[in-house]
Design a protein around this ligand. Structure first.
Ligand code: UGA
Length: 460
């Protein structure tokens, strides 16, 4: 039985967010039509599989399609006719002057407007600059068919908090759902779409994990998204700055973070020091929020510091290699992990890219292994190995950049036997340092029993 009070959902844009929204909304009982205009991606989705890696997603897609609740199309008319709630999930890549590029949002808004013949609620899940709800409304209004009134639709902001690698669970078992809009009927309609998740009443729902529903105005909802990401990014930059201090005073940042995290006011989450954050969200969103502040004449002091510390982490890692490998030129460096975090094949703004580029420019011979990523467009000449042990053959240094489970537990005796040198740089503080040292290797973490990174100026 379809979910009460909602006559079909359309999801515009089938990327990392939209595909999860479509598959999960179908899983909780909605009739869902996903829209994807790229034909290659569309064909894959129609066959029940995603074109990127996200744990648990393909099973949900197949189940949705087999149940008849989920379909994909490139036809906006079909999607709009078959829905009354439309989730806008197209991408907003970094644009000029720190503001996100809203080209895809504009195009999608126009396609929605042209195909609108009945009442709809448009839900923005794309991360758009604060205030975009108003601009989106006028864009849709400007292309409505002549016989359709402008009050036929309302825009509600519903920021997404999905993490790549755990997006399906994050959608089905969220901690909060934020809805922002001034039309209370429209907000109630979106809340009805989420009812099975709010009540955890879908098959597999966890009755003790009901999320909090936050309803507010649109600008506040849009700001919540940016503020949440900026806070998490800043929390990581904070512990990374502490990690550098730990190197000077011979302290272990992992132990510092553990003890700090036991204080529930701080919490242990997002306190893992290392090479810093990457991915398509943190960098873009911190920059966009900073750009919003600047546009109003405000200097975004903390946001700028957070970005600088993050960039500095990548420098620090290269600097560590320069300190140990003299000369760096001609050294063989084995990178473990290319994805910006484990359990994804996404390499957008991954530390691996800047670090591999910096090392290559300095004459090092860089090879890599990642369980999922086999090539990176930005690094066309990067050679990848089929497994971590082949990778480390004759390497002078091994560098962990993504803490995949299969890389955490390497057999370091085996690794040591294959290497030419003896340096292990743990860019994620994920290795057991004593096991590395027992194998006769030199362990360098990011703020745990490491040699301080000197000098402190940036390397590029
Ligand atoms: C992030 C947010 O966590 C989501 O809530 C949000 O919905 C999403 O952005 C988005 O805006 O779409 P995501 O980028 O998928 O999700 O990944 P995170 O798990 O947040 O990790 C981001 C980066 O921080 C990764 O490079 C990760 O390695 C790094 N990180 C994370 C650390 O360096 N230390 C930590 O303690 C945690």
């Amino acid at each position: 039985m379809a979910v009460q009070g909602v006559n079909g959902i359309a999801v515009i844009g089938s990327g990392y967010v939209g595909t999860v929204v479509a598959a999960c909304m179908a899983a909780v009982g909605h009739d869902v039509i996903g829209v994807e205009i790229n034909q290659e991606k569309l064909t894959k989705l129609q066959s029940g599989s995603s074109y990127f890696y996200e744990p648990g997603l393909d099973a949900r897609l197949r189940a949705g399609i087999e149940s008849g609740r989920l379909s994909f199309t490139d036809d906006f008319e079909e999607a709009m006719t078959g829905s009354e709630v439309v989730f806008l999930c197209v991408d907003t890549p970094p644009g000029e002057n720190g503001h996100p590029d809203v080209t895809s949002v504009t195009a999608a808004a126009k396609s929605i407007g042209k195909a609108m013949h009945s009442p709809h609620v448009i839900v923005t899940k794309s991360t758009v600059p604060v205030g975009s709800g108003n601009w989106l409304t006028s864009t849709i209004e400007s292309v409505l068919p002549d016989d359709v009134d402008s009050d036929v639709f309302s825009v509600v902001s519903n920021p997404e908090f999905l993490r790549e690698g755990s997006a399906v669970d994050d959608f089905l078992y969220p901690e909060r759902i934020v809805l922002g809009g001034d039309d209370s009927d429209a907000v109630s309609k979106v809340a009805a779409s989420y009812r099975p998740i709010l009540d955890q009443s879908f098959p597999g729902g966890k009755i003790d994990a009901k999320p909090t529903l936050v309803t507010t105005d649109r600008s506040t909802a849009e700001t919540i998204k940016y503020a949440a990401n900026a806070f998490l990014a800043t929390k990581i930059s904070f512990i990374n700055e502490i990690a550098e201090i730990c190197e000077w005073v011979d302290a272990d940042v992992n132990e510092v973070a553990h003890a700090m995290g036991l204080d529930s006011r701080i919490s242990a989450k997002f306190l893992n020091a290392g090479v810093g954050w990457g991915g398509s969200c943190f960098g873009k969103d911190v920059e966009a929020l900073a750009a919003t502040a600047r546009a109003h004449g405000q200097e975004p002091l903390i946001l700028e510091a957070s970005q600088r510390v993050n960039q500095h982490q990548r420098h620090r890692l290269v600097r560590k290699l320069q300190q140990h490998l003299r000369p760096l030129r001609g050294s063989r460096i084995a990178l473990l992990g290319l994805a910006f975090k484990p359990n994804t094949d996404d390499t957008r703004d991954a530390p691996s890219i800047t670090i591999a580029q910096a090392l290559t420019e300095r004459g090092a011979i860089v090879r890599a292994y990642d369980p999922l990523v086999k090539q990176i467009p930005e690094l066309p000449n990067l050679q990848t190995a089929t497994d971590p042990y082949t990778l480390v053959e004759q390497a002078d240094a091994v560098v962990l950049l993504t803490e995949w489970d299969e890389l955490r537990d390497l057999d370091f005796i085996d690794v040591a036997g294959r290497m030419r040198g003896n340096l292990v740089v743990d860019g994620r503080n994920a290795f057991d340092a004593s096991r590395v040292r027992e194998a006769g290797l030199v362990y360098e973490g990011m703020g745990r029993g490491s040699v301080p990174t000197q000098p402190r100026d940036e390397v590029w």
